[in-house]
Design a binder for this molecule. Structure first.
Ligand code: ADP
Ligand code: MG
Length: 282
């Protein structure tokens, strides 16, 4: 019996294939995906551009229907978009004509939550993302990192089962990006919702995740499934550690040579077998 059984946010993906395009131009964007994700897990999906990462997230959000296979959250098939599965994109989707607080409270307003209650909930979540004091600002008065924090707050105010993130820090400068990664881990430690975080940045994936799924080039299939047991809380010191570099090299080889059957699988601790000598040096 799983220790996660009482929690929400379990994902079951079985033989999932998704087609995009129409008629003679239709193609499989992802093919035959099988994966179970435990409630509260922080999963990163790493893969080359165009391999179907956004397609998979789109299906989890309920924007895309599978061509074959099933997709369930807590045992219920996904049949359309829901505030229980919130998405954060690379570019923010805030309303420029609403204040930060009203942007965050908007989802609750749509669900009929009373004004006092929704504004209080918005302020609580804004504090969680470190933006107390910015509730009255307009989105265009904020830096890119702050806009993404509001975006995260806008999703979390709905208490989602899944937090879906599609390269959410891809447009930020390197330093802001590191700060946002630490901030996100801090938030996740407190709310423990399931996170599915898509990136093509190996460092980002290794730094954040409990578990790393690597996808092949199109049509996307899962070619590696790693458990990352680095202790938490994680700090940027982690990226200088030897185990981190070893895993980074492994991921880089997978992305460069996805069909290379010579590649060894890693041990359950996420380490290569002892006799493994990588063919490329970083
Ligand atoms: P990723 O997020 O991994 O970069 P995507 O899931 O966005 O990849 O896209 C997978 C493939 O499908 C890409 O080759 C992309 O060009 C193509 N694609 C994405 N959306 C559509 C669409 N609506 N119609 C046709 N092709 C699409
Ligand atoms: Mg994408």
């Amino acid at each position: 019996m799983s220790v996660f059984q009482h929690l929400e946010g379990r994902i079951d993906i079985r033989q999932l294939s998704i087609s995009l395009g129409k008629g003679s131009t239709a193609f499989e964007a992802v093919q035959g995906l099988d994966c179970q994700i435990e409630p509260g897990q922080f999963v990163c999906i790493l893969g080359p551009s165009g391999c179907g990462k956004s397609t998979l997230l789109g299906a989890l959000a309920g924007h895309l229907q599978p061509r074959a296979g099933t997709l369930e959250v807590d045992g219920a098939p996904i049949s359309g978009p829901s505030p229980e599965r919130g998405m954060v994109f690379q570019q923010h989707t805030l309303f420029p004509w609403r204040t930060v607080r009203d942007n965050v409270a908007f989802g609750l307003k749509m669900r009929g939550v009373g004004k006092a209650e929704r504004l209080q909930a918005a302020d609580e979540i804004l504090a969680l993302v470190g933006l107390e004091g910015f509730a009255e600002r307009w989105p265009n008065q904020l830096s890119g990192g702050m806009q993404q924090r509001v975006e995260i707050a806008r999703v979390l105010v709905n208490r989602p089962r899944l937090l879906l993130m599609d390269e959410p820090f891809g447009a930020l400068d390197a330093l802001t990006r590191l700060n946002m990664q630490e901030l996100l881990l801090g938030i996740w430690t407190r709310i423990r919702t399931t996170v599915v975080f898509v990136t093509h940045d190996i460092d980002e994936a290794l730094f954040l995740a409990d578990r790393l799924l690597v996808m092949s080039a199109r049509p996307g299939r899962i070619i590696e499934d790693l458990r990352l047991d680095f202790p938490r809380p994680r700090t940027t010191e982690l990226v200088t550690r030897a185990e981190f570099s070893r895993l980074k090299r492994h991921c880089l080889e997978l992305l460069r040579h996805p069909d290379d059957r010579q590649l060894p699988r890693l041990t359950p601790l996420g380490l290569p077998p002892e006799n493994y000598l990588p063919r490329i040096a970083l």
